[in-house]
Write a new protein. Structure first.
Length: 298
C-alpha cells in the first residue's frame, strides 16, 4: 500500500540473491490486489451464509487433477467470487488476491495449545475463465508459496509479534487500513479464504451429535468478505461473512460454490456399445417367461 514499498522489496531481494550467489533465482511475481466493492470501510452490520459440500467429491477432483484438497477449495471460492463480480459488472482485469492462513506448527508441537499461523497472499486467478486452468494455476501458485514460506524459521512471525509493542502495532494497523481504503490506496488482500481441517469422526456433547460446524469468522476494513470452511465427518461446512452494505447478496455464493465444484469434476467415461449389448443379453437370458395364472375352481 505504501508508495515504493514494492520496489524497495524487489531491490532488496535481488541484492540478497547477488550476495548469496543465486543468480538463477526466479523472482516472485508481484501481487497487486485490485479494488472491489467489498474492499472499503466496514459498516456495523454483517451478512452470513452457510452451506455443506461432500468431502468425497472434492477428493475425487483432487485425485483427478493431481492437486490438493486446499487447491480445490481455493479454486471453488475463486470461481464463486468471479461469478459474483461478473453478475455485478465489476470483474477487474487483474486477479484478486486472497489472504490464506497456513499453520506453521511443527510436528513437535502437535497437540499443544495456541495458534501458530502465517498469512500468505495468494492469487485467485479470477481473470482466468476456464475453471480447470484456474485450478492448475492455483495449485502451482500455492505450492510455490508453501516452498518459499517453508524456508523461513517457524519462530520468525511469533518472535516479531513479541518484539513489537501492542500500542505501536495497533496504531500501525489503523494506519494500514486507512491507507487501504483511501482513494489512492490499494488493499493488501481482497478477501480471506481459510480451510481448517477437522475430525472425520462424529463429535458429541451431552449425548447430542454435532451434525455440522459452520464457522463465523471476521472481516476488516479493506477486506469485507471472509470464506472459511471446516471439514468434519465426511463433508465441508462453509461459512461466509460479508459486510452488509458492501455485499447486498451472499447466499448466491453457496450455490456457486457447488457449481464451481461441478465444473471441476471429471466426467464419467462413456460405456462401450459392446458392453451395453453384452449386459442386455445377460439380462434377457435370465428373464423368466411370463405365464397366465390357471383358473381355480369354485
Amino acid at each position: 500500500m505504501l508508495p515504493g514499498a514494492g520496489t524497495v522489496g524487489r531491490v532488496a531481494g535481488r541484492l540478497r540473491d547477488v550476495v548469496r550467489g543465486d543468480g538463477n533465482h526466479t523472482p516472485r511475481p508481484a501481487l497487486r490486489a485490485p479494488k472491489t466493492s467489498f474492499n472499503g470501510r466496514l459498516s456495523p452490520h454483517r451478512r452470513f451464509a452457510f452451506g455443506q459440500i461432500s468431502l468425497d467429491r472434492v477428493k475425487a477432483v483432487k485425485t483427478a487433477h493431481a492437486c490438493t484438497v486446499n487447491d480445490v477449495i481455493v479454486s471453488m471460492c475463486a470461481g464463486a467470487v468471479r461469478r459474483w463480480l461478473l453478475e455485478h459488472d465489476e470483474l477487474p482485469e487483474e486477479s484478486l488476491v486472497a489472504q490464506v492462513p497456513i499453520s506453521v506448527r511443527s510436528s513437535e508441537e502437535a497437540g499443544t495449545y495456541g495458534n501458530r499461523i502465517m498469512l500468505m497472499g495468494a492469487p485467485l486467478f479470477t481473470d482466468v475463465e476456464d475453471p480447470i486452468e484456474r485450478l492448475l494455476r492455483t495449485h502451482e501458485a500455492l505450492q510455490m508459496m508453501k516452498d518459499r514460506h517453508s524456508a523461513l524459521p517457524a519462530e520468525l512471525l511469533q518472535d516479531t509479534n513479541h518484539f513489537i509493542p501492542p500500542a505501536v502495532f495497533s496504531r500501525a494497523a489503523r494506519l494500514t487500513f486507512s491507507l487501504a481504503t483511501s482513494g489512492a490506496g490499494r488493499p493488501t488482500w481482497n478477501l480471506v479464504i481459510s480451510n481448517v481441517p477437522g475430525p472425520q469422526f462424529p463429535l458429541y456433547c451431552a449425548g447430542a451429535r454435532l451434525e455440522a460446524n459452520y464457522p463465523v469468522s471476521v472481516i476488516t476494513d479493506a477486506m469485507g468478505l471472509n470464506i472459511t470452511v471446516m471439514s468434519y465427518c465426511g463433508h465441508l461446512d462453509f461459512g461466509i461473512v460479508a459486510d452488509r452494505e458492501q455485499m447486498k447478496d451472499v447466499w448466491c455464493l453457496i450455490g456457486w460454490l457447488e457449481d464451481g465444484l461441478a465444473e471441476l469434476e471429471p466426467t464419467p467415461a462413456p460405456k462401450k456399445a459392446a458392453s451395453r449389448r453384452k449386459a442386455t443379453r445377460a439380462r434377457s437370458g435370465t428373464k423368466r417367461k411370463k405365464t397366465s395364472p390357471k383358473p381355480t375352481a369354485g
